[in-house]
Ligand binder design. Structure first.
Ligand code: SF4
Length: 98
């Protein structure tokens, strides 16, 4: 079972509580692996490996309970742009001086 977190703050809270966490990122996000707020993120390989792709039955990354990273899924499908806009509302860009 995964906890689905919508914001970086929720991710940190769930990771600190010891849960396996998944989250979403913008459809345009090209990152594959990164660190943010003390948390390691890995994008679902099915999305990040392009045409080489990885099928779930050869991956199981998001199904491992004791993993030291959060699995991120890029918004996709017909609602991707709407989800991107919602994510921008939830995580506004920092203002100059923040
Ligand atoms: S098992 Fe999870 S992380 Fe791996 S390809 Fe499937 S959905 Fe992505």
């Amino acid at each position: 079972m995964n906890v689905s977190a919508d914001t970086p703050e929720q991710v940190v809270e769930a990771v600190r509580a010891g849960w396996p966490v998944v989250t979403t990122v913008a459809s345009t996000d090209t990152r594959r692996r990164w660190r943010e707020g003390g948390v390691e993120y890995v994008t679902c390989p099915n999305q990040s490996m392009g045409e080489r792709g990885v099928a779930c039955n050869a991956c199981f990354l998001c199904q491992k309970r004791d993993r030291p990273f959060v699995v991120a899924f890029r918004h996709h499908g017909p609602g991707a742009k709407r989800a991107d806009r919602r994510l921008e509302e939830l995580t506004p860009l920092p203002m100059a001086g923040d």
